[in-house]
Each structure stands twice: as structure tokens, then as C-alpha cells.
Design a protein around this ligand. Structure first.
Ligand SMILES: [Mg+2]
Length: 166
């Protein structure tokens, strides 16, 4: 396998998060979802969770998945976004580094090979998941608008996508 594929090629690509066939992956034996927040569950400027995002999480939970909102963003951002819910989250995940994944594994009491990562960025969500042998789902970004730090990643991402032939 080419190095670039090994590092960045998602196991599954979706146009939108609601296209995910949760039952199928539950049947395959997966147990938990590590769900990115910004531009996956909601645009970064949306301050608190809305009904649509609640439905996404509820439907995953109803299928039998443990769900963890898994974000590189701060406790303020993630905590505020989820404050009307009791959903579990992990902030400062430091994706693509291993630390957050190890914390998530502990928190959810699951093996990483039984986890599915969902996120909108190759350089954090996909790269991190692939390194940790987590099934990686790349979900196209919800909106074109990104925070300044993400803009740099997007620039690199476009180059990687070109090389991946996607
Ligand atoms: Mg994101």
C-alpha cells in the first residue's frame, strides 16, 4: 500500500453524517463512535447543539453505539456546545496524536479496533484514526467556513486529496 494511502485514505467517505449506515457497522462488531465536533457535527460558529445534531447522536446510540464527542477544541467550546445534554465528550484530543485516542479507549472502556472515527479533516481525524487502527470515516465538511487554524490544514488537505486521486 502506498504510504499516502496508509496514512490518509479514509476507510469510508460520506457526503454527510446521516448517510452513515449505523446498523451495518454495529453488526460488523464495532462498539463506539468517536465523533468530531467542528464542521462534522456542527459548524464552528454554532454555539450550542441543535435538534439535528441531537438526532444524529441519538440514532447512533439507539443502534447500540457508545458515542463520544471527540474534539481538538477547548473545554469551553465543547462543554458549551453540549451543555444542554449529558453526552460524553473529550476535548483537547490532540488528534492526530495518540493521547486522545488512549483517553477515549479508557473512558469508553472499548478497544480502539472496535471504534469508528468520524470527522471532516484528513490531517487530524483520518490520520489519527489510521495510526491508532480505528476505522476512519471521512465526512465532508458541513460548511466552507473554517477557523484560522483549520485553514492551514485545508491547504495541505487539498494537496493530499490530489495525490490520493480523490
Ligand atoms: Mg472538524
Amino acid at each position: 500500500m502506498k504510504l499516502l494511502d496508509k496514512l490518509f485514505k479514509p476507510d469510508l467517505t460520506l457526503d454527510k453524517i446521516t448517510d452513515f449506515d449505523a446498523s451495518k457497522y454495529k453488526e460488523l462488531g464495532y462498539k463506539a463512535i468517536l465523533l468530531d465536533l467542528d464542521n462534522t457535527l456542527a459548524p464552528y460558529y454554532v454555539k450550542s447543539i441543535d435538534q439535528k445534531a441531537i438526532e444524529v447522536i441519538e440514532s447512533l446510540k439507539n443502534t447500540g453505539f457508545k458515542v463520544l464527542v471527540f474534539s481538538n477544541n477547548s473545554p469551553q467550546r465543547v462543554g458549551n456546545y453540549l451543555k444542554t445534554t449529558d453526552y460524553e465528550y473529550l476535548c483537547y484530543a490532540l488528534k492526530p496524536l495518540p493521547f486522545g485516542y488512549l483517553r477515549a479507549k479508557k473512558k469508553l472502556d472499548v478497544e480502539l479496533k472496535d471504534c469508528i472515527s468520524m470527522g471532516d479533516q484528513l490531517l487530524t481525524d483520518v490520520l489519527g484514526a489510521k495510526r491508532m487502527k480505528v476505522f476512519s470515516v471521512y465526512v465532508k465538511p458541513l460548511v466552507d467556513k473554517d477557523s484560522w487554524s483549520t485553514k492551514i490544514n485545508r491547504f495541505l488537505e487539498r494537496k493530499i486529496f490530489k495525490r490520493l486521486g480523490q
